[in-house]
Structures are given as C-alpha cells and as structure tokens.
Ligand binder design. Structure first.
Ligand SMILES: N[C@@H](CCC(=O)N[C@@H](CS)C(=O)NCC(=O)O)C(=O)O
Length: 203
C-alpha cells in the first residue's frame, strides 16, 4: 500500500515520523511543502483539520503527529507489549509536547519584543523545568524512557532538534542523557543516511 507523509521542509512535528519510517525501512513518499509560501490554499483545503503533518496510506488518511508516529512504529519493537510501559511512554510523549507548546508560542509570536520575552522565559525557566525531568526519567531507565528504544525517543530527538533550530540555542546542552538520546537516534541505520541526504534545515 503506497504511503505518503505530508509535512513542511522543516523538522518539528514531522521529523520524528520520518525518522521512524526510515529506521523501520518503510518505503514512503516524503512530501515536503514549502513553509515559506504556506498557506497553500489548494493543499490546506484538502487537510482534514487544516494542518500538517498528514499521513496517507492507500485511501486512508491520518492527522495528528503523535497518532501517526505511533502508527508507523507498530510491529517494529518500538512499542512495548506491556500496557503499563505503553502508558509511561504516552505520558512521556505528552510531557515532551507540553514543552514544545512553549516553543510553539514563541514561533507563532509576531511582535519582536514579546518574542524575545518568550525566548527568555524558555531559556531561563521552561527548558530546565522539563529537561531536568526528562533527564531523570532517562537516567533511571538506562538512557531510555522504558529501558529500551521506543518511538518516544524519536519524538524527543525531533523536538530537541526543532527547538534548537527555532530558538537558535542548544536546549539539550546541560542534559547529557537527553543529548545522548538525540545522538543515538541521529546515528541509527536509515536515519543517519536520511539526515545526510537531506542536509541541514534552515529557517
Ligand atoms: N496537534 C497537531 C498540531 C499540528 C500543527 O500545529 N501543525 C502546524 C505545523 S507544526 C501547521 O500545520 N501549521 C500551518 C497551519 O496551521 O496552517 C499535531 O500534533 O499534528
């Protein structure tokens, strides 16, 4: 069944899905819409909720980045069989997205002064609040969220990379376990070659 992922020519919410697809060796068409010329009304009106990412498999479509990431990770060992471990992963991924919400607000803000103020709070408070907790969770579980590689480490890596790109800082600088996870994901077979072929993202 033909698979297609629609997202922007950026990392952010689409990149963890791309990483999982590449790591699990699934063939897919990586449709990268230009964020600089967005919104493209012809594309936007076809999106069920007007937003990307959108995953298409045959005649089925799925929106919501986390639902897509989890779906493409199925049957790959990236989702544990144990229900409690699955719940711990869901909880971790929502915590990661709670952090991303603050970066999203920064990205959306058009007023330069307010944008700077948001960045200051993220740098001085939000990063440490969330990343010290991610760090503890990873440290207590052998460098993973539930003791072995799962779909959620891919999401963490994507969010770290996107936060660094948009904020122009290194959010993971003081958090060695988080940094190690991101490095590990970036060097996985399939992911490494994909990163090399796409080159760095620019804003
Ligand atoms: N909760 C959704 C959020 C999707 C979302 O915010 N998409 C943004 C890009 S990251 C978008 O499509 N922005 C363009 C627009 O709204 O027109 C998800 O996780 O997929």
């Amino acid at each position: 069944m033909a698979k297609k992922l629609h997202y922007f020519n950026l990392n952010a919410l689409g990149e963890p899905i791309r990483y999982i697809l590449h790591y699990t060796k699934q063939e897919f068409q990586d449709v990268k819409h230009n964020y600089l010329t967005w919104p493209d009304p012809e594309v936007k009106k076809t999106l069920p909720y007007g937003q990307l990412p959108l995953y298409v498999e045959g005649d089925k479509v799925l929106n919501q980045s986390l639902a897509i990431a989890k779906y493409v990770a199925r049957d790959s060992g990236l989702i544990p069989a144990d229900a409690w471990q699955q719940a711990v992963l869901d909880s971790a991924v929502y915590n990661i997205y709670d952090f991303w919400k603050s970066v999203g607000q920064f990205i959306q803000e058009k007023d330069a002064v307010k944008k700077q103020a948001l960045k200051k709070v993220i740098e001085e408070e939000t990063v440490d609040f969330f990343f010290s907790r991610f760090e503890k969770h990873l440290e207590e579980n052998g460098g993973f969220f539930v003791g072995k590689l799962s779909w959620v480490e891919f999401v963490l890596a994507g969010i770290v990379e996107a936060s660094n790109l948009f904020l122009g800082i290194e959010v993971d600088k003081k958090y060695p376990y988080v940094r190690k996870v991101t490095e590990k994901i970036r060097n996985l077979p399939g992911v490494k070659e994909y990163i090399k072929s796409r080159g760095p993202y620019k804003l």
